[in-house]
Design a protein around this ligand. Structure first.
Ligand code: ARG
Length: 665
């Protein structure tokens, strides 16, 4: 595998060339019936936008990583060992082969102990680069030269060259031990942030008066976790709920409200089932001509902000809001509601701005905008003069860039909306609202939720699943599971209820987050509540077990803290060494998920940490007890510290995933 930056660059260049030649071809043909080159052109343009985008991420990540000398090895933050090694090897490669432009830099943790702790695999790719230039250089030779050029550093004990040219890196035990002590003394601290950045995360975003479905549940869980990640890293995070609270459907809802609850202005209408209410009004809208007319008038009067109509609209929104809030309370989700209606007045301005710059075309009474490189237009004004989802998203992005001064904007919705956002982003760039080299604007899409039959997630009777019903079923199943394990016999009623909620909601969140969000995801209570395998149930049990080790040995927090300052964390046993290194990979994982927003990497890591811990615990005594009396005769304090460091990292990981661990379960 080559260096992604170089690869991306050259593909981009090649495609730009192809675009030029195709454009020329089209020009010369001037034949509108010959569609083939045009279609290919669109395809290329689309792919190029993606490539440019990816290139920007890569460039940005290069700019953001501080130079080797500036790395704060003695700061309170956890050190990203991988990044540090990349800098060291980057320096060595640069010194050994100054003639190579963008030499590929590949450092990864080694999969097997015999290959050392980390591996640098650049030599093979570099040899390929030379080959492309017509020079034949053996990768082993390259590896040797790179190793000779390694600068003095504090963490590499020794290197070996293996196979065709892998450089195996062995870390210094004393250095790793010191890093673990730092972690224990300072706690799990995020890496330093050069400049406080503002992040807007647009997530959850259900639609008023409609069902909040499993797709919104995914968005809620994933979006919340992204916010937690950025919050931990020290960013200034604005959590926005972009609810669908504006649109023509409110006309029929208000008209129906007026008929059904004529005194709605005096007493709050007791709408218990808004979905049913929506269906009723929709039926009337489709069947009764008079009603339809009135519904249209209602929209107009609502949009001109007549107080009674605003009141009616608010009443309807409130019913939905209360429903949504029940879900948010269960899942402990905090977010600010800023729905489509918030951007009402800004939309007029935005349309004017696009018109002013000559970007608006008329199309059968609609006003449309073609963004650079996009084959599908945005509809900014409908033929009846109304605004659309496109218009509100243009206004929203402008507001977030200019008023909220966002450095990063992330939209979390199903992948079905990818093309919508692609066009919105392209239009915002075309009009000059942001430069993707400076501002990171991203649609974090996800796959659909499927039932265990791999078909669209539905109830047995074929209805859409109500989120509250789903959460309640989770609670019930989690209690059954706890009772199966006879936890009700050891836990107090309060502890049992805490465990029930932690398991139920933790499992629902974790099941979602532990799958690559890009893929479709199969919802299965049986799988998520299984306490074997990569599940929240397993991790929560593992965590309580680790936490209980110190408690059972009667070692309190103060004693552990003191030990952290005075006891060296020994790493002589093979399993101690493996665990110590695993714990310290946390910053590397955080870096990765900040770049690609794929949270399953964090889940995979926590699972690996838990299993690595088990290996350690199975072969290393933390506490030695008298066989007969069961009395503690010896505490191996440095191992208690390894337990503590594992628990600290796990707790932080849970925190980022939005999972609440319990001390007893
Ligand atoms: N309400 C939309 C839906 O349910 C999601 C909104 C996402 N955010 C946005 N800015 N468009 O599909």
């Amino acid at each position: 595998m080559g260096d992604p930056l170089t690869e991306c660059h050259s593909r981009l260049e090649q495609q730009e060339k192809e675009i030029k030649s195709l454009s020329a071809e089209i020009e010369s043909l001037k034949n509108p019936k010959n569609l083939e080159p045009t279609a290919r052109l669109d395809e290329l343009r689309e792919e190029n936008t993606k490539l440019k985008y990816r290139l920007n991420i890569l460039k940005r990540s290069l700019q953001e990583s501080p130079p080797v000398s500036a790395l704060p090895c003695d700061s309170k933050a956890m050190l990203n060992i991988n990044q540090r090694l990349q800098h060291i090897f980057g320096g060595a490669i640069g010194a050994a082969y100054p003639e190579l432009e963008h030499p590929p830099l590949a450092v990864t943790p080694s999969q097997q102990a015999k290959f050392g702790d980390y591996q640098c695999n650049s030599a093979m790719a570099m040899s390929q680069m030379f080959k492309a230039k017509g020079a034949k250089v053996n990768p082993r030779e390259i590896a040797e030269k790179v190793v000779k050029n390694l600068p003095d550093n504090e963490l590499i004990e020794k290197t070996e060259i293996a196979g065709p040219g892998f450089i195996n890196v062995h870390l210094k035990r004393s250095f790793v031990s010191q890093l673990l002590s730092n972690l224990l003394v300072n706690g799990v601290q995020p890496p330093p942030l050069p400049k406080k950045k503002r992040v807007v995360v647009d997530f959850s975003s259900p639609n008023i008066a409609k069902e909040m479905h499993v797709g919104h549940l995914r968005s809620t869980i994933i979006g919340d976790s992204m916010c937690r990640l950025f919050e931990f890293l020290g960013y200034d995070v604005l959590r926005l709920n972009h609810v669908g609270d504006w649109g023509t459907q409110f006309g029929m809802l208000i008209a129906h409200l007026q008929d059904k609850f004529p005194d709605y202005l005096m007493t709050s209408p007791p709408i218990s089932d808004l979905q049913a209410f929506y269906k009723e009004s929709k039926k009337r809208f489709d069947e009764e001509e008079d009603f339809k007319k009135r519904a249209y008038q209602c929209v107009v009067r609502l949009q001109s902000k007549e107080p009674d109509f605003i009141k009616a609209w608010n009443l309807i929104c409130d019913v939905s809001r209360k429903e949504f809030q029940r879900v948010y309370d269960c899942l402990d989700i905090k977010l600010i509601e800023r729905g489509e209606s918030y951007y009402q007045d800004m939309m007029t301005e935005v349309v004017k701005e696009f018109e002013g710059k000559g970007f608006v075309e008329l199309d059968e009474g609609r006003k449309i905008v073609f963004a650079t490189g996009q084959s599908l237009p945005l509809t900014v004004v409908k033929s009846d003069g109304g605004y659309t989802y496109d218009t509100s998203d243009l206004a929203a992005i402008k507001n977030r860039l200019f008023d909220e001064k966002a450095d990063i904007i992330i939209y979390v919705t199903d992948s079905g909306q990818a093309s919508h956002f692609q066009v919105v982003f392209a239009a915002a760039q075309m009009i000059g609202w942001y430069d993707p080299k400076v501002t990171r604007v991203e649609h974090a899409g996800f796959g659909v939720v499927l039932g265990e039959d791999k078909k669209k997630f539905k109830t047995r009777s074929g209805d859409t699943v109500r989120l509250m019903d789903l959460l309640e079923e989770g609670l019930k199943r989690s209690m059954d599971k706890l009772k199966d394990k006879e936890r009700d016999k050891v836990l107090s009623p309060e502890e049992l209820e805490k465990a029930q909620r932690a398991v139920a909601f933790g499992c629902i969140k974790y099941a979602d987050l532990s799958h690559n969000r890009i893929n479709d995801y199969i919802f299965s209570f049986d799988k998520m509540l299984d306490d074997r395998g990569n599940t929240a149930a397993y991790l929560l049990y593992a965590f309580t077990r680790i936490r209980s080790i110190a408690r059972l040995a009667n070692i309190d927090e103060a004693a552990l803290r003191k030990a952290a300052e005075t006891t060296e964390v020994l790493l002589d046993h093979e399993k101690e060494w493996k665990l110590g290194k695993c714990i310290l990979r946390f910053p590397e994982i955080l870096q990765k998920i900040t770049d690609d927003l794929l949270l399953h990497t964090l889940c995979d890591f926590l699972y690996e940490l838990a299993t690595t811990f088990t290996e350690f615990y199975d072969s290393c005594y933390c506490i030695e007890k008298d066989r007969k009396t069961g009395e503690v005769v010896k505490v191996n304090m440095w191992r208690m510290l390894l337990c503590e460091a594992t628990a600290a990292v796990m707790a932080k990981g849970f925190d980022i995933l939005g999972i609440t661990p319990v001390s007893k379960m």
